[in-house]
Design a protein around this ligand. Structure first.
Ligand code: HEC
Length: 117
């Protein structure tokens, strides 16, 4: 559930408890069902990408450029680092510090950037 959807649900539950609809029996608050992964959001990815710039921001030897690479390739690389299928000390820490959704957001951001010449 997105934060906004959760707030709406919580507000609605509060309305019910407050007796705005007195005929409605008060329902116990339930844990939100796991939501489907949100669509990759490059705007949010831009914010996350600030944490990548320290290493990926310039022509640092051994640090590949990410701009303009395909979303699928970037996403797959991040998932591989996170799962340990691809091992790299720094990128493992970075990838695991992001949620799967955040890995999608940041991949979408870099995929939408023009490739550096
Ligand atoms: C501490 C430095 C550092 C930071 C911070 C960092 N990276 Fe990396 N990244 C690397 C290095 C070094 C590699 C090359 C690792 C390898 O050879 O597998 C790499 C590789 C990658 C790759 C694989 C590229 C390829 O050509 O296969 C992706 C994708 C990636 N980083 C994404 C990110 C994203 C997204 C962030 C920010 C959320 C980030 N990195 C932050 C150092 C960093």
């Amino acid at each position: 559930m997105t934060p906004a959807a959760f707030l709406i649900a919580a507000a609605f539950a509060a309305l019910l408890r407050g007796g705005v609809f007195p005929q409605a029996a008060p329902e116990p608050l339930q844990a939100p069902a796991p939501a489907a992964e949100a669509a990759p959001d490059p705007e949010y990815g831009a914010w996350l990408a600030e944490a990548c710039a320290a290493c990926h921001g310039g022509a640092t030897p051994g640090v590949p450029a990410l701009e303009g690479r395909s979303f699928a390739e970037l996403r797959a690389a991040l998932e591989a680092y996170a799962s340990g299928a691809r091992t790299h000390d720094q990128m493992g820490v970075v990838a695991r510090s992001l949620t799967p959704e955040e890995r999608g957001h940041v991949a979408a951001w870099f995929a939408g950037r023009p490739a550096e010449p």
